[in-house]
Design a protein around this ligand. Structure first.
Ligand SMILES: [Zn+2]
Length: 120
């Protein structure tokens, strides 16, 4: 008889060799974790975006809804300018880079304009 371990909890399983889990709940736990955020790329970029959002949120919520700050201020707070969730162009020709509902538009001399989208 084969003896091997449950991939989720490590319990010894007796029986067919293709049986990988001791029961359904172990199989579900294993598969959920694997698909949700076990991919290192997804996890890493989600963390960057979440942090970027937090930086913008702090600056916007503690100042005005529209405010002008120097890029250095964002860098100092760990903002990563390489990552954003989407880009929007206004009819006036400005480009906004968003991290979820918070965004910024590059201005002259390394300043950026911060915005927050209204719930609609
Ligand atoms: Zn198990």
């Amino acid at each position: 008889m084969d003896q091997h371990q449950c991939l989720e909890c490590g319990t010894q399983i007796r029986g067919r060799k293709d049986k990988k889990f001791c029961d359904d709940s172990c199989r579900n736990l294993f598969n959920n974790r694997k698909s949700a955020n076990n991919n290192p790329w997804v996890r890493r970029i989600q963390n960057i975006l979440r942090h970027n959002r937090k930086v913008l949120q702090e600056l916007v919520d503690h100042q005005l809804v529209k405010s002008k700050v120097h890029r250095m201020r964002l860098y100092e707070m760990g903002f990563n300018f390489q990552y954003h969730t989407h880009v929007q162009k206004t009819p006036a020709g400005n480009t906004y880079f968003f991290c979820f509902e918070y965004g910024y538009a590059p201005l002259e001399q390394e300043y950026v304009l911060l915005v927050k989208k209204d719930k609609k």
